[in-house]
Design a protein. Structure first.
Length: 427
């Protein structure tokens, strides 16, 4: 990814919209504004100006124009914004004319945020959290992403970085000045401090083991015999007609899944083929798929009804469905009784929230972060276990290298494209 020159892009929603924000960042930003006939902009003050085409002199639109001088900007560079009308023709014309200005080109995905990182306006972890905010699909994902974007992980990492640098400096000082008697020679003290740092990092990593579950979601499988009412229950829970419902037993031959937002969490409910002995052909294939889905589920709900025999399958929760025919013990439901469906949804929401809280609390959410911090903790642990000062110092040097991988200070080219390539244009 290039990081030179001045970049321009649409930084608001796709047209048509009421307002479109076209943003430029880089040394030629002010020249770009001047090329559109926008002059004498006061820093950080909005001015209503006509945008005149640098190509043919035509008036394109009237826009609120803003200029933010470097370095106190989102990217650390000079930034100019045109807040114009959000019609497709206006946006396309402004962008097409902008790239005719010398030194100005279209931004690549994530390049505005990349420049913010390179110019010290935010760390890589903060940028990754910003991407999570943009991608958040549920309230729980949004809560975690905002917490990370506010620096929850970055502050921890900064503290660990300072501590390992201090440990390495201490080890180096002991090596360099051991003969002068000005530094302590107690290796056990250094080892204790290293062990404490390793413990702290490993504790955070352990608490983030299930971080991916928040994005992947919670998987609920409805199982039971044919005609127990699983399909009608799925439709009622998801307020959809995803599954075919008929009086005929065995209508569902494959897994039918619907993803919903339940209490702020992403939940996938799956209707499955009815379980019974002696099935053959397509029905047998459907039952086999049901058994595989049961193995992968987070929650298995056995659906029972008064007009069918209970299936022999281990379940986390038992639902007595078709309660309008005959009441059942425990959690009873009927599609004819919306209140019973509401009670089931509330119960599911409680179960999901309890299961998903650890993943929402996770601080380390990406494979890159887990890899770098895991290697960092291992090196610091090596330093704690070494019996020779020279080996302790070497392990701490390697730990500093792994921490630099985490923060992007070393090997940055290896991680930047992966981090920023997922961003949208203009961010």
């Amino acid at each position: 990814m290039q990081v030179s020159g001045t970049i321009v892009a649409l930084s608001s929603g796709r047209p048509p919209s009421a307002i479109a924000i076209i943003r430029a960042s880089g040394p030629a930003s002010l020249s770009l504004a001047q090329a559109f006939g926008v002059t004498a902009l006061q820093p950080r003050r909005a001015s209503l100006r006509g945008l005149v085409s640098p190509v043919d002199g035509a008036l394109i639109d009237r826009a609120l124009c803003l200029y933010f001088p470097a370095p106190l900007t989102a990217t650390g560079e000079a930034v100019v914004e045109f807040h114009c009308h959000g019609g497709p023709a206006v946006v396309e014309r402004v962008l097409a004319d902008a790239v005719t200005v010398p030194g100005v080109r279209m931004a690549e995905p994530g390049e505005f945020t990349l420049r913010a990182v390179l110019n010290g306006r935010m760390g890589i972890s903060d940028a990754e959290a910003l991407a999570d905010v943009i991608d958040a699909r549920t309230e729980a994902e949004r809560r975690r992403a905002v917490r990370l974007a506010e620096g929850a992980l970055s502050r921890l990492v900064a503290g660990w970085r300072s501590e390992v640098i201090a440990l390495l400096a201490d080890a180096e000082a002991r090596l360099d000045f051991a003969d002068e008697g000005d530094v302590p020679d107690d290796l056990a003290d250094l080892a204790r401090r290293c062990a404490a740092l390793a413990d702290a990092v490993e504790q955070v990593l352990a608490g983030s083991v299930e971080a991916d579950k928040l994005t992947d979601g919670y998987h609920v499988v409805l199982v039971g015999p044919p005609n127990a009412g699983k399909s009608s229950l799925l439709n009622a829970l998801t307020a959809s007609e995803a599954a075919i419902v008929t009086p005929e037993a065995g209508t569902t031959r494959d897994v039918v899944s619907v993803t919903i937002d339940l209490g702020g969490y992403r939940v996938t409910l799956s209707d499955t083929a009815g379980l019974r002995e002696g099935a053959s052909g397509v029905e047998a294939i459907g039952i086999e798929r049901t058994r595989r889905r049961i193995e992968d589920a987070d929650l298995v709900i056995a659906v029972r009804s008064p007009d069918t025999e209970a299936a022999d399958v281990p379940a986390d929760l038992v639902i007595h469905h078709k309660a309008d025919i005959a009441g059942g013990e425990g959690l009873a439901t009927s599609v004819r009784d919306p209140a019973s469906i509401g009670r089931l949804r509330d119960r599911l929401a409680e179960i999901v929230a309890e299961a998903m809280r650890p993943s929402e609390a996770a601080l380390v959410t990406r494979t890159r972060q887990r890899s770098a911090l895991g290697a960092f903790a291992a090196r610091v642990r090596d330093a704690a276990d070494e019996g020779a000062l020279e080996l302790q110092a070497e392990a701490l040097r390697l730990a500093c290298h792994e921490m630099a991988r985490m923060t992007g200070e070393i090997g940055i080219e290896d991680v930047l494209d992966d981090v920023f390539g997922r961003f949208c244009i203009g961010k």
